[in-house]
Design a binder for this molecule. Sequence first.
Ligand code: FEO
Length: 174
Amino acid sequence: MMNKRIEAALNDQIQKESSSSQFYLAMASWAENNGLNGTAKFMYQHSDEERFHMLKLIKFVNERGGVALVPAVPQPPVEFDSLERVFELLLEHEIVVTESINGVVDVCLQEKDYSTHNFMQWYVSEQLEEEALARGILDKLRLIGGDKGGLYLFDRDLENAAAQATAGMGGQPA
Ligand code: FEO
């Protein structure tokens, strides 16, 4: 049997990863409908990665004698004010996810569950990377400002970044 506090913390994290996946899927769809095909590819891929984060947790909970809950997720927004706003929201969202992961790590320490603590370290480093990536992208967007040519190049760069990430993962989200 899995410790009930650990199980509840992990199920809460499953919910967060699932809603991240839906949130980025909504951003992908918005970008696709606004002629930002590179951004759309990047967001579709990011959405897949979040689904993978969720699946990894579901399997962990079930393998350790817990019961993973497949969550209902709220409907994400349909419209976004601007591309910059999209990435601001992404960064804000990732910061909330990082806090939540730190909270799970904290529960692991309180409950002296060192194997779940060890498992969660993967998420701790993943969050560092995701926040750094989002901050880097936002910096670029702020530099570009309203410059159309700059935005075109930005969108193409994101398309390349998405393609490289896919190639590096053998086509699998990681
Ligand atoms: Fe799975 Fe972007 O946090």
